[in-house]
Write a new protein. Sequence first.
Length: 124
Amino acid sequence: MELEARVSGRQDIVHGGSAPNSRATLAAKAGDSLVVQWSALNPDKGASIPDVTLHVSLDRDPKQGSDSVYESALVMDFAPGSRSSAELLLPVPAAGSYLLRVETIGAAKKLDREYFAVLELKVQ
């Protein structure tokens, strides 16, 4: 799992499973354009993973209330070794702290765990 965010010439890339205490942070200004790219790979070379949801969200940091600003989901059958990716263009929301997250839902059926990548967006 990989998550990349770019805004006003700055960028950060997060690879899945980063520990919360090492969370990447990207600074932005309200109203700027935020480019989000994510990709996910089925690492299993022999097994297909049916009905996996790739979920992307931009949520206000739970410490400040939990409002979802953006949410998207894609349900797919993940063939062995296959990759899925997308690029999104979002307006940067009002000032505050937000969590940008991409995650699998349903991968644990075959891979014994879910995958995720999280980045913190600090908006001034």
